[in-house]
Design a protein around this ligand. Structure first.
Ligand code: FVH
Length: 307
């Protein structure tokens, strides 16, 4: 009830369509159904629609029927080739006009830009999305869904999109969600690799992975995230004061890791790659700068090693 003791407006969940019922598309459809959205689904292999039909989804016989059923069309298929295979005939028949297409299929930023232009040419609003979770995380407000492209599409369909996870709008350029998605996966893989390497080194001497991981998580969420917060403005400013720990000091420190790994029979290629990158930064004149200066050699990998 509001201040005048009148009931707050209750919005009826809007219809939504999900194209593609692989692992991820099935989770998207289930989350929409859980929030009461009348949900239409279509999948190339119709048998995969049974689980969602049992939850109450309407199973469309064709992509055209699926698109016609809702103003909001979510697409999550293997890749852009599959997406065009499914949607080109619908678009050519005029079926996408006036629709909001939210593409959750993974691809490159360039593919997202092309898809946005293609959608516009067929009269559809376009929002590109990056799903930053696996299917079990879909429906949790903790999980980020990155979006870029038409903000109007996001705002019009916010309740349905919020049923999938926390929508984070990055800007009007359609490729931004894909760009962030790829960069964040790169961060995840680098973190996994560093964690597993450290785990191999530590467990070689007896402590279990769970003990090391408990300490590693405190290191990551406390100190390391703090370093990143300090270094990001340095990157933006292009100035890297080495008043905490210099590149030269960290080159010395990584030698200890290379030594410890080698002494335990653990592969050293990962820390050696990192040491070589730091050495290139030092050779480019950043030895007395902070670690953030390493971005200079990452941005210009072909640049001469000397200043
Ligand atoms: N699974 C995940 O954790 C990640 C999280 C981040 C985002 N990705 C991307 O989501 C897209 C789909 O991934 P998926 O995990 O659902 O993949 P599959 O379970 O393999 O399902 C693939 C669906 O695509 C359909 N499909 C494939 N080729 C075609 C085609 N030529 N024409 C029509 N549909 C096609 C496939 O249909 P079917 O094989 O069941 O008939 C599935 O519906 C993907 O971009 C991830 O990178 C997921």
């Amino acid at each position: 009830m509001n201040a005048q003791n009148t009931p707050s407006p209750v919005t009826t969940p809007a219809p939504a369509t999900v194209i593609g019922l692989g692992n991820m598309g099935s989770a998207l459809a289930a989350a929409l159904l859980d929030r009461g959205h009348p949900t239409t689904v279509w999948n190339r292999t119709p048998e995969k629609a049974k689980a969602q039909a049992d939850r109450g989804a309407h199973v469309a016989a064709t992509p055209a029927e699926a698109v016609a059923a809702s103003g909001l069309v979510l697409a999550c298929v293997l890749d852009y080739d599959a997406l065009h295979t499914v949607l080109d005939p619908v678009a050519e028949a005029g079926g996408l006009a006036g629709k909001s297409l939210v593409n959750l299929t993974s691809g490159s930023p360039e593919q997202a830009e092309e898809m946005a232009a293609w959608a516009a040419a067929h009269g559809a609003g376009y929002l590109d999305g990056g799903i930053m979770t696996t299917p079990p995380g879909v429906g949790s407000p903790e999980m980020m869904f990155l979006y870029s492209g038409s903000e109007a599409v996001l705002e019009t369909h916010r309740p349905a999109l919020a049923a999938l996870g926390d929508p984070l709008y990055l800007g009007a350029r359609p490729g931004l969600a894909s760009l962030y998605d790829s960069a964040l996966l790169g961060l995840m893989w680098a973190t996994f690799a560093g964690w597993l390497h450290g785990t191999a080194v530590v467990t070689a001497d007896g402590p279990p992975a769970t003990d090391f991981t408990r300490v590693a998580l405190r290191w990551l969420t406390g100190a390391v995230s703090g370093f990143m917060t300090t270094y990001a403005p340095q990157v933006d400013a292009g100035r890297y004061p080495g008043d905490d720990a210099t590149v030269d000091v960290q080159i010395t420190a990584i030698d200890h890791l290379v030594h410890a790994a080698r002494a335990r029979g653990v592969d050293t290629s990962l820390p050696e790659l990192l040491r070589a990158t730091m050495e290139r930064a030092a050779a480019a004149g950043h030895g007395q700068d902070s670690f953030a200066s390493v971005i200079e050699v990452l941005r210009a990998p072909g640049a001469p090693a000397t200043p």
